[in-house]
Design a protein around this ligand. Structure first.
Ligand code: IPE
Ligand code: IPE
Ligand code: MG
Length: 246
């Protein structure tokens, strides 16, 4: 029996977040340049997005480019931006066909203008879709996002439109770039790295983590289904004890 048949569809995670890692090592293993790995990684993105729709996952968030990734060699950064632009433009029709809404989080203003324009166009064209929300984390880092939220809250307190007593988890969450997304129940990181790399720190306070050695360009929907099955075997206690859970 394949993993897809083992999924309990009444207990699906609503939101899956992924750290797509290992493109460079995958390319190196093939004797190719790192950029080739990023290009191949796009095929995995396509397959995983389709796999999410197939399984009925409502929210998928992909870490595509971190704030820290700006520190890579310029040639690689430029190539990643080009891949981003061409992929967005090529795939908008497919997103519409699959009823997927494109969304972006991160410091979008720091991206090249062409990227911003194409991203905005694709988001507008897919805004009416309801089956799945695909969020790309671009120039994203959680510490950046938390600081931005803090500044917004501080400004509101200063101009007296907000009182300190009204600052709670709901208010804070509403100031993050993930405002319209539920917290992810499952986070997957490929390539054998066991770290969070500045990704959704606030949102993943109670997320289940799934690490696999599979490199991103080899990651396909069967791997995704396997992660969902693994997730469903876990007991999420949220501080309680087993006997308290139903
Ligand atoms: C993930 O693959 C893609 C991005 C971070 C943009 P890497 O490029 O990090 O690949 P490795 O980790 O060097 O193998
Ligand atoms: C994390 O991958 C960021 C993305 C997948 C976009 P990295 O490969 O940049 O992470 P570190 O720096 O090795 O932790
Ligand atoms: Mg990496």
């Amino acid at each position: 029996m394949g993993f897809k048949e083992q999924i309990d569809y009444s207990r699906l995670p609503k939101h899956i977040a992924i750290i797509m890692d290992g493109n460079g090592r995958w390319a190196k293993g093939q004797g190719k340049v790192r950029i080739f790995g990023h290009e191949q990684g796009v095929l995995s993105v396509k397959d995983i997005v389709e796999g999410c729709v197939e399984a009925g996952i409502e929210y998928l968030t992909l870490y595509a480019f971190s704030t820290e990734n700006w520190n890579r060699p310029k040639e690689e950064v430029d190539a990643l931006m080009q891949i981003l632009i061409s992929t967005i433009n090529r795939e908008t029709e497919t997103l519409n066909k699959n009823n997927i809404k494109l969304n972006a989080i991160g410091n979008i203003a720091s991206l090249p203008q062409e990227c911003i324009d194409d991203l905005n166009e694709a988001m507008a064209k897919t805004a009416h879709n309801v089956k799945c929300t695909l969020t790309l984390a671009l120039s994203y880092s959680s510490k950046w996002e938390i600081l931005e939220a803090t500044k917004k809250i501080a400004a509101a307190v200063k101009d007296e439109s907000l009182s300190i007593d009204d600052i709670d988890e709901t208010l804070f969450s509403s100031k993050l770039t993930t405002v319209n997304l539920p917290d992810p129940e499952l986070m997957i990181r490929t390539s054998g790295e066991h770290r969070i790399s500045n990704y959704l720190l606030w949102q993943m306070a109670y997320t289940e983590f799934y690490f696999t050695d599979v490199l991103w360009p080899d990651f396909r929907r069967e791997n995704l289904f396997e992660a969902i099955v693994d997730f469903q075997k876990r007991e999420r206690r949220f501080g309680k004890i087993s006997e308290q859970l139903n």
